[in-house]
Design a protein around this ligand. Structure first.
Ligand SMILES: Nc1ncnc2c1ncn2[C@@H]1O[C@H](COP(=O)(O)OP(=O)(O)OP(=O)(O)O)[C@@H](O)[C@H]1O
Ligand SMILES: [Mg+2]
Length: 400
């Protein structure tokens, strides 16, 4: 249903003539927020001429991020190019004159069609059907899970060519948002207790958009919310998200807690992060055995060796031998990675031709099954990253 924002009853009834019967109206911005918080299937918001222009633009701007599939239509008594420009810039999809009832009806038809396309799985990007859940896991802290999750999600999104959602399931100490310099107004915490009411519109209202057309479901801002996020909630959210996104990348905490186990259970591809130190390798080995026992992501596990060039007396071949699996991608150690993280611009965005960015892009190609283009940075990176041609081939092999 559309919702009208207008205080003048005469204008409301005039607008309502062009809208479906039963259309609700609210008198201003605050009641609109309250209404939208509890109504997740409003496909259009019609901002009447009684709403001051700046308030209307602020609503459009914030809804662009919080409710991207809801169309904002601005209605004015008069129009000039300056209003048109500002409205479009703020994210209004249509601007119509109050007197032009036909134009408003058409704008609402378009809004309804867009909503249906986005919510039926046949998305505007043509995704459709089931996406894949990619969980990035390691039983050790600080090995590069978040760095891998964020850069992999960006590489998969490939500037908008795929729909990707990044879910921060490090529920106590999640730092995906800060790594991407996002300041989420909503987090997964707001879904707590809503297991039975999960639908995409509800989850969508909790997502934060990253500038690179990637959506982020942020972790709670305080650690105590962790225990209230149930495994059922995690499962239902992942199942709903994968209907709408091509890839749902899940960053995790370094524990086999119930939420992580549930995510792993829903996982299509598991990216395991290891580094060149014996305690980590021992724990990764145990974790792999646990995944075997649980039958998780058999045949779809990908090993990322982070800080692969650290001179610590352990070779990548030894790692493969210990873990009994091939390295999919080797990420070099580089202060550029940490610097990019600290600046809030992950390395694949800050420097797409950096060897680490090439490695993350290659990992994304492994997951999508798309060959690395001949002129892409990923392929160029092979000759400069490492001299051992045979080993390089194995690390970058497409396993799907
Ligand atoms: N290849 C690398 N070279 C240099 N620094 C790196 C590399 N990978 C990760 N880092 C840095 O190491 C730190 C830990 O990385 P990250 O936060 O990704 O690990 P994590 O496994 O998610 O940690 P936690 O278990 O605490 O969530 C960060 O400061 C990150 O910038
Ligand atoms: Mg982390």
């Amino acid at each position: 249903m559309p919702v009208i924002v207008e205080h003048d009853p005469h204008v409301i009834s005039r607008l309502a003539r062009s809208m479906p019967s039963g259309t609700h109206s609210v008198a201003g911005v605050a009641p609109l927020r309250a209404w939208m918080d509890t109504h997740h299937d409003e496909y259009a918001v019609v901002l009447g001429p009684g709403l001051p222009l700046q308030d209307a633009l602020d609503v459009a701007e914030s809804m662009r991020y919080t409710r991207p599939s809801t169309t904002v239509v601005l209605v004015r008594d008069e129009l000039d190019t300056s209003v048109l420009y500002r409205a479009m810039h703020a994210g209004c999809r249509d601007v119509v004159l109050l007197e032009d009832e036909k134009e408003l009806t058409e704008a609402l038809d378009r809004a309804g069609q867009l909503w249906s396309a986005l919510h039926s799985g046949t998305s505007a990007t043509g995704a459709g059907g089931q996406g894949r859940v990619v969980t990035v896991f390691s039983p050790k802290g600080g090995v590069g899970k978040t760095t891998t999750s964020v850069n992999l999600a960006l590489a998969l999104a490939d500037k908008g060519s795929r729909k990707v959602c990044l879910m921060d399931l490090d529920l106590a100490f999640g730092d995906v948002a800060i790594t991407m310099q996002l300041f989420p107004s909503h987090t997964i915490e707001e879904a707590i207790g809503g297991e039975d009411a999960i639908d995409f519109a509800m989850i969508e209202s909790l997502l934060t958009r990253h500038e690179q057309s990637l959506m982020v479901l942020a972790a709670p801002s305080l650690p105590d919310a962790r225990d209230r996020v149930t495994a059922t909630l995690v499962a239902r959210m992942l199942r709903t998200l994968k209907e709408q996104f091509d890839y749902v990348v899940v960053d995790t905490s370094p524990n086999f807690d119930e939420q992580t186990l549930q995510a792993l259970d829903e996982t299509d591809d598991c990216v395991i992060v290891a580094t060149l130190d014996v305690p980590t390798l021992k724990n990764v080995k145990v974790a792999l055995e646990t995944l075997d026992l649980l039958g998780i992501a058999q045949g779809n596990r990908h090993l990322v060796l982070n800080r692969a060039d650290d001179a610590v007396g352990l070779s990548p071949e030894k790692v493969e031998q210990i873990l009994g699996m091939e390295i999919t991608t080797a990420i070099p150690s580089s202060t550029d990675i940490a610097a990019a993280t600290n600046a809030g611009r992950p390395i694949v965005v800050a420097n797409p031709t950096h060897p680490a960015s090439r490695a993350f892009t290659a990992l994304a190609s492994t997951l999508t099954g798309d060959p690395v283009a001949a002129d892409s940075p990923s392929r160029e990176g092979r000759s400069s990253d490492n001299d051992d041609t045979e080993r390089r081939g194995r690390w970058r092999r497409n396993k799907r």
